[in-house]
Design a binder for this molecule. Structure first.
Ligand code: FAD
Length: 421
């Protein structure tokens, strides 16, 4: 069987290697439009490649996969994070799990992952064609003709084709797949930080509060974690997670939205009122600027006092019930106006892509085009930061490899069945 894999990234290579392990006789070709393969893996995780996560503390996959969690739940039964961990270790990449559950190569170098995938692909005889940008796929009977942008590259016929072209917020790259009756969920960026053009916030640059909760008023979007104030606005895990869960909502609102920050770890404002009252009683003679409740950094606390219009020279005993309520409200619902987004260390993923309604859930084979498959970020699957996106790439690629190998083995078995007289 001839198999074309379109896209030489994480999913494409993992698919190729797994397929060759299951079906060594398969002729597998990876077509990559760039001059180098696995480029994103090489720069991922700040050059260290956060290739999966232990998923410790993840009680519901929806927490980490705003899109695709149901499908992945099924696929993880066949090939989950522990399988990925073991796969890389048995293929020569020792791994280490950090305290935050993120998994990296023990060498702390993404090259360990790219070298492994390239070495395995080469050893198995996978053909790797760089500078081959695929432009179109034309069904020809039970096969597919793969056509390239560059007319010097002749079109070729394949029995199976897997599209692993990754994410791209530019939807045009998926037009040829739309023409083959696949629904496309409009691609939009995910995993970004918030621009907040508020001069009072700029003075707090570098302030970190952990944990804080960020939410979008009037929606169910709310995420907790470390929150970092930067020179352009708000960042840190709480904001990145919020940007992921609310990716489509924020896109629809042109990245202009109010955001509420709860600087305390309390969900109940009355608990915060009580805590402030206790502080006021215990430290009635101390200046309000001198005691920062909830372990807040001093600069942030003073900023919040100013926001409540409480004079800095007031003593705790002088702020009264009204002042305490104003403070509690600001601590729990501190409002900022987001105006635009920025990338986080150039890391982003795409929300959207091939609709999961267009593929069979266990094999990721197209419902409209038998023999055509999808894996990786080209699908409408994406996760928050922490190795979850690569895990989705490994699991989806594995599912496709299994299905193609099984289909071929079923065909081979049909061929060798003795004919009955
Ligand atoms: C800077 C950065 C850092 C990241 N760090 C992490 C991390 O540490 N952990 C994590 O889990 N995730 C991380 N991610 C996300 C992760 O890299 C992706 O989710 C993952 O690479 C998706 O794998 P993929 O194979 O689907 O797509 P890609 O790895 O993007 O591969 C797709 C390939 O297809 C090629 N291609 C596209 N169109 C065509 C075409 N028409 N013809 C031929 N080839 C084509 C592309 O050139 C590319 O090589 C990071 C993302 C970025 C941008």
């Amino acid at each position: 069987m001839d198999v074309a894999i379109i896209g030489g990234g994480a999913a494409g290579f993992f698919l190729a290697v797994n397929l060759k392990e299951l079906a060594p006789q398969a002729r597998v070709t990876i077509f990559e439009k760039q001059t180098n393969v696995l480029k994103k893996v090489l720069v991922s995780g700040g050059g260290r490649c956060n290739l999966t996560n232990s998923f410790e503390g993840v009680t519901d996959l929806k927490q980490v996969y705003p899109r695709g969690h149901r499908l992945l739940k099924g696929l993880f039964k066949a090939f989950g994070p522990q399988d990925a961990f073991q796969w890389f270790e048995t293929h020569g990449v020792p791994l280490t799990t950090q305290d935050d559950h993120c998994v990296f190569p023990a060498a702390q170098d993404a090259r360990a992952v790219t070298d492994c995938l390239k070495r395995c692909a080469t050893n198995f005889g996978v053909a790797i064609k760089t500078s081959h940008a695929v432009e179109n796929l034309i069904p020809q009977g039970e096969k597919y003709e793969v056509r390239f942008c560059d007319s010097h590259n002749a079109a070729q016929l394949f029995d199976y084709v897997a599209v692993t072209t990754g994410g791209s917020p530019r939807g045009e790259s998926l037009h040829y797949l739309e023409q083959l009756s696949h629904r496309i969920e409009t691609p939009v960026p995910s995993l970004f930080t918030f621009n907040v053009p508020d001069p009072s916030l700029r003075k707090l640059m570098g302030t970190v509060v952990e944990p804080a909760t960020a939410s979008i008023p009037g929606t169910k979007f709310r995420q907790s974690g470390a929150l970092l104030i930067t020179h352009w606005g708000l960042s840190g895990p709480a904001i990145l997670k919020l940007s992921s869960h609310a990716a489509r909502h924020l896109h629809e609102n042109s990245y202009k939205s109010p955001v509420l920050i709860n600087w305390t770890n309390e969900t109940n404002t009355e608990t915060v009122v009580n805590a402030l009252q206790t502080t006021a009683t215990q430290h009635s003679q101390k200046f309000i600027t001198g005691i920062h409740p909830f372990g807040l950094p001093s600069r942030l606390w003073i900023h919040l006092i100013d926001k409540c219009s409480i004079p800095r020279e007031r003593k705790w005993g002088e702020i009264g019930q009204k002042g305490i309520r104003r403070l509690a409200d600001t601590l729990c619902n501190d409002r900022y106006e987001v105006d635009g987004r920025s990338t986080f260390r150039e890391e982003f993923v795409t929300c959207g892509g091939i609709s999961l309604e267009s593929v069979h859930r266990h094999s990721l084979e197209s419902k409209s085009c038998p023999g055509l498959y999808f894996a990786g970020e080209v699908l409408d699957i994406d996760g928050v930061t922490g190795g979850f996106n690569f895990q989705a790439a490994w699991s989806t690629a594995h599912a496709v490899a299994q299905d193609i190998a099984k289909k071929q083995s079923d065909l081979d078995n049909e061929d060798i069945q003795p004919t009955s007289k």
